[in-house]
Design a binder for this molecule. Structure first.
Ligand SMILES: [Fe+2]
Ligand SMILES: [Fe+2]
Length: 328
């Protein structure tokens, strides 16, 4: 079986990019970040303008919702790094280039909208947020598979869906209808991004099934959310998982499994030896995730039972997580 080079893969997939770009542009709805922000709630801060400094009592959002908003925003903030990674790999010409720039433009509104909301509503400490942004962006983001087209497409298929779910559940956890509407709007963008990448990898399964299978197996084996470099990420993601905003059960059942199902990879034919090995690895990975997710559902339930008087602010109290394997 011929192994396609990275250049050949990009070339062969170009018509699929073109088709899905048209599809994306016909479905994507124009929207305006400023319309989702309650500007009249804003007050001038201290500093050059001599307003009031932020104080803990200013925020009315649950602690865990604030944590999730900060993680989601810092993740969006690293867009220049993501752009660099995909522009380097996919190129800036033709349909690939058009997609790279369009995607970047759409992602750009997410950080704008969330930061405006957080600043105007005084939901989080703006000084701590800015310092965290500086640290996070100064470290940058590096794609683990930065020279492999199919690995990168597999990664973003899962990651865009994970981000969609994380934004949507963060909105619910705020219990603020304004924030919920904003994050639902952002989540709708992430969903279209996921569909674009998922369709491209589906085409890759037709073109080079064993290479696509290998890419999916490798990416699942070392999957990490793009915000993994955020200061205190491990602690923050445990809180986020305990609240059911993004946990291993959701990762397995609402991100990994639905995307895999769309690729029909357990029915794929014409695999070479490594393609078969990769498929077995994917199946084994799903079993491991199931075990880990169940174990942490039990742990979380036990934790909740020990503290009957202080219910956790939970979006999905029925779901548990393995803290050390929490991907979001
Ligand atoms: Fe985004
Ligand atoms: Fe996205």
């Amino acid at each position: 079986m011929t192994v396609l080079s990275q250049t050949a893969l990009l070339h062969e997939l170009e018509p699929v990019v073109e088709k899905n770009l048209d599809r994306h542009l016909s479905l994507a709805k124009e929207w305006f970040p400023h319309e989702y922000v309650p500007w009249s709630e804003g007050r001038t801060f201290d500093g050059p303008l001599g307003g009031e400094p932020w104080a803990e009592k200013d925020s009315t959002l649950p602690e865990v919702a604030r944590t999730a908003l900060i993680v989601n925003l810092l993740t969006e903030d690293n867009l220049p790094s993501y752009h660099h990674e995909i522009a380097s790999l996919f190129g800036r010409d033709g349909a690939w280039g058009t997609w790279v720039h369009r995607w970047t433009a759409e992602e750009g509104r997410h950080g704008t909208a969330i930061r405006d909301y957080l600043t105007v509503t005084r939901a989080v400490d703006p000084v701590a947020l800015e310092r965290a942004r500086m640290v996070h962006m100064s470290a940058g983001y590096h794609n683990t598979h930065d020279d492999e087209v199919l690995h990168s497409l597999a990664y973003v298929s899962f990651q865009e869906l994970a981000t969609r779910i994380s934004h949507r559940n963060t909105g619910r956890a705020t219990a603020d209808p304004i924030c919920e509407a904003l994050l639902a709007r952002v989540a709708a963008d992430e969903n279209l991004h996921m569909v674009f990448y998922r369709n491209l990898l589906a085409a890759a399964f037709e073109l080079a099934p064993s290479q696509a299978m290998r890419a999916v197996a490798d990416v699942l084996a070392d999957f990490q959310m793009p915000g993994v470099g955020i200061e205190g990420f491990a602690r923050k993601s445990v809180a986020i998982a305990l609240a059911g905003i993004y946990d291993l059960r959701q990762h397995r059942d609402e991100v990994v499994v639905p995307v895999l199902r769309q690729w029909n990879l357990f029915e794929a034919t014409g695999l070479d030896a490594d393609g078969e090995v990769a498929r077995d690895q994917i199946a084994a990975h799903l079993d491991t995730l199931e075990l880990q997710a169940s174990r942490f559902e039990e742990k979380r339930a036990a934790r909740a039972a020990r503290r009957p008087t202080t219910p956790a602010p939970s979006v999905r109290a029925d779901h548990g997580v393995l803290a050390d394997n929490q991907p979001g």
